[in-house]
Design a protein around this ligand. Structure first.
Ligand code: ADP
Ligand code: MG
Length: 669
């Protein structure tokens, strides 16, 4: 067997399991080995019931003291019973697991592992793991990997499959020769991969994760290096004359606001680049709401005046539509011909637009990934802009800048990164930083509250709606699911429709709707025909409705702080006072402390740092920062030292790095 073999050759993986693995993107043995655990659990000594704390995962050893009760409300099956250890009792509840009835017996003792919570007068543990006493003793004190799952595939299945191929792991080729590994004190790659799947102790595990993070950085920086060699310091093929730059002042003067200092500086950096001798490669970095769009518009405008075409690429169709409309409005009266190119257009429409791009009949195109397809090309592309760049991989960025004849490139991002790290990650780019918010913005007012606060929040939202403002409410899930604690968009909107009555217009939005429906709903939200938009995090990037003043987030404890900050950034975009309400369903000490960071700060940079500080020692991978960076294991904050090391090795030894037997280079970006 070798790494490139199909996973179907692994003992125990039949056709059905193979399909499930495919859903996780796992096709070969190497993919399997690169399916790293999400986290690890340690089975700890059981605690007595009277000492358990709500919201804190624990094990209890207790006897089943009641009958096993089965109820069938709606489409569900609920199995429940009480257990006691003499110091207190706990109600155990299982959803949609009818078989529990035949495996748990009244009068027997078991170990239950789960997160207890208080419901009325009871302590409840929902969907705990359960073990016979002897079995638990054998599990205790071994760190068990927990893998990312897809429905039908259990951590256990993955664990077994990895075990089958474990003999291949340690012998994996390294991407660096031994002497360099020794010089930098790096663990061999095979050994690190092995340890991550079968950790023996914490110290070793940490070292192994660092090594794998290092590999991701190295391959990322390697790509950046190639990108830089291809793109940077090319002669300026699209020079902008001084007169075009002069006319830009008219455009800026026509805006309904004065640019901030950061915006002015960014625009002036851009003009210097575009009138200069080399192709521009510039990053505009600014927190959510700092006004990056208008800077891009200024650049697109001078580019147009100089006689070139421009392209604006964004990660989602909804954002494309929004930018398209925004640009159409801002540039109305200039004669500029603006088009939209997205995946969901009809084939004929796409063809038509592509033809016009080639013929030079479109001045600016706004679009999604459709812009980097091979079949898309321009007559005279002078400038490409990439918004929310962290959503795109290095290769996608490269593809767009390879279009046309060395166009200028602007990428925009809100990801806060310390300067030293930014210089490494963005080695191929010059950086303009917008560090202040537009004047007159009122600071968003925040509150973190428990679920009992909901009626007050709804009253407050009702008052905002009476003032003509709009509200977002975010739920983590789309549909009903097994845990009654996690809110879902569909049931939630029915629930609040009852509360608010028919005069408040409520609609919901989520990622599974068709692009067409998503766009229609967002359009109605933008033009004020929807008062409350209940949504999943699909609205997270870029959406700009300055009339929305309340962002309420259900199950806030389930999101990473940086993601919550992005979500909150959807409000506070106009003159009116805006509010963020974070509902903490768990109300544990830990979630309170974490969320209080948001309550006390609106500064993305500070929040990212705090997020890191607050991660517990067992929290190896942190809460995923929602696609912020194209890494699987690596985290630029947590593994900053590895990033610097990778940078050093790229500078010193780039010709001795070998990605030949590994897919690492393509899969991490
Ligand atoms: P982001 O940086 O998050 O992409 P946007 O470019 O969408 O932010 O801008 C957010 C809002 O701020 C928009 O409604 C925009 O019109 C407005 N805006 C941008 N610059 C200024 C400014 N200098 N003064 C007042 N409002 C501004
Ligand atoms: Mg934006």
């Amino acid at each position: 067997m070798q790494l490139s073999d199909s996973i179907s050759t692994v003992k125990g993986i039949g056709e059905k399991t193979e399909k499930l693995f495919h859903k996780l993107g796992v096709y070969t043995i190497e993919d399997l080995i690169r399916t790293y655990p999400r986290t690890y659990i340690e089975y700890t000594e059981p605690v007595s019931v009277n000492s358990i704390r709500p919201g804190v995962r624990c094990a209890i050893r207790a006897k089943v003291v009641t009958n096993i009760e089965v109820k069938k409300p709606r489409r569900m099956t609920i199995v429940s019973f009480s257990v006691s250890d003499g110091t207190g009792s706990v109600r155990i509840v299982f959803f949609n697991s009818p078989y529990i009835r035949s495996v748990i017996r009244k009068g027997d003792s078991y170990v239950f592992v789960g997160t207890p919570k208080v419901k009325g007068n009871f302590i409840v543990m929902e969907m705990p793991e359960y073990y016979e006493l002897r079995k638990y003793t054998s599990l205790k004190s071994v760190m068990q990997p927990v893998y990312p799952l897809t429905a039908g595939l259990t951590s256990n299945t993955i664990r077994k499959a990895v075990k089958e191929v474990s003999y291949l792991i340690e012998g994996m080729d390294d991407i660096l020769p031994k002497d360099i590994l020794n010089e930098y004190g790096l663990m061999p790659r095979g050994q690190a991969s092995f340890n991550v799947h079968f950790p023996r102790d914490m110290e070793e595990l940490k070292k192994s994760i660092k090594r794998l993070a290092f590999d991701e950085f190295l391959s990322f920086l390697y790509d950046i290096k190639i990108l830089r060699e291809n793109c940077i310091r090319k002669e300026n093929a699209h020079p902008v004359g001084k007169d075009a730059a002069g006319k830009l002042q008219e455009f800026i003067g026509s805006l309904p606001f004065e640019l901030t200092k950061g915006q002015k500086d960014a625009v002036s950096d851009i003009i210097t680049d575009m009138t200069g001798p080399y192709t521009m490669n510039r990053l505009i970095q600014g927190d959510v709401g700092s006004g990056k769009t208008v800077v891009a518009e200024a650049a697109l405008y001078v580019n147009y005046l100089a006689g070139y075409q421009g392209a604006l690429m964004v990660p989602t169709e909804v954002l494309a539509v929004q930018h398209f409309k925004d640009l159409s409005k801002v540039f109305s009266g200039t004669g500029m011909r603006i088009s939209l190119l997205t995946g969901s257009l009809k084939d004929k429409e796409k063809k038509d637009i592509k033809k016009k791009l080639l013929d030079g009949e479109i001045d600016i195109v706004v679009g999604t990934h459709a812009l980097i397809q091979d079949s898309t090309d321009w007559k005279n592309l002078g400038l490409t802009v990439i918004d929310e760049q962290h959503r795109f991989g290095v290769n996608q960025r490269k593809k767009l800048s390879m279009k046309g004849n060395a166009p200028h490139t602007i990428v925009m991002s809100a990801t806060p990164i310390p300067r030293t790290l930014a210089m490494i990650i963005y080695a191929d780019l010059d950086v303009s930083l917008i560090s202040e918010m537009p004047m007159g913005r009122k600071r968003i007012m925040n509150c973190v509250v428990g679920t009992s606060y909901r009626p007050t929040a709804y009253k407050f939202i009702g008052d905002e709606i009476k003032k003509g403002h709009q509200t977002y409410i975010i739920c983590p899930m789309i549909e009903e699911n097994e845990s009654s604690d996690i809110e879902n968009v569909i049931d939630y909107s029915y629930g609040i429709k009852d509360w608010f009555g028919s005069e408040v217009r409520i609609e919901y939005l989520h990622g599974k709707l068709s692009e067409e429906d998503k766009i229609k709903i967002l359009e109605r939200f933008m033009d004020g025909s929807i008062d409350i938009l209940v949504s999943t995090t699909v609205i997270e990037v870029g959406i700009n409705n300055p009339n929305a003043t309340v962002m309420m987030i259900e199950n806030a404890e389930r999101f990473g702080l940086a993601q919550l900050h992005q979500l909150r950034g959807r409000v506070g975009r106009g003159d009116a006072q805006s509010y963020a309400i974070f509902i903490d369903t768990k109300e544990s000490e830990e979630s309170k402390e974490r969320l209080s960071v948001l309550e006390n700060s609106n500064d993305g940079f500070f929040i990212a740092k705090e997020d890191l500080r607050l991660r517990g020692p067992g929290d190896f991978f942190g809460i995923r920062q929602s696609g912020d960076m194209p890494f699987n294991i690596a985290d630029i904050y947590n593994h900053a030292d590895m990033l610097k090391m990778a940078q050093d090795i790229i500078l010193k030894y780039s010709d001795r790095i070998s990605f030949k037997d590994t897919k690492l280079a393509e899969t991490t970006i």
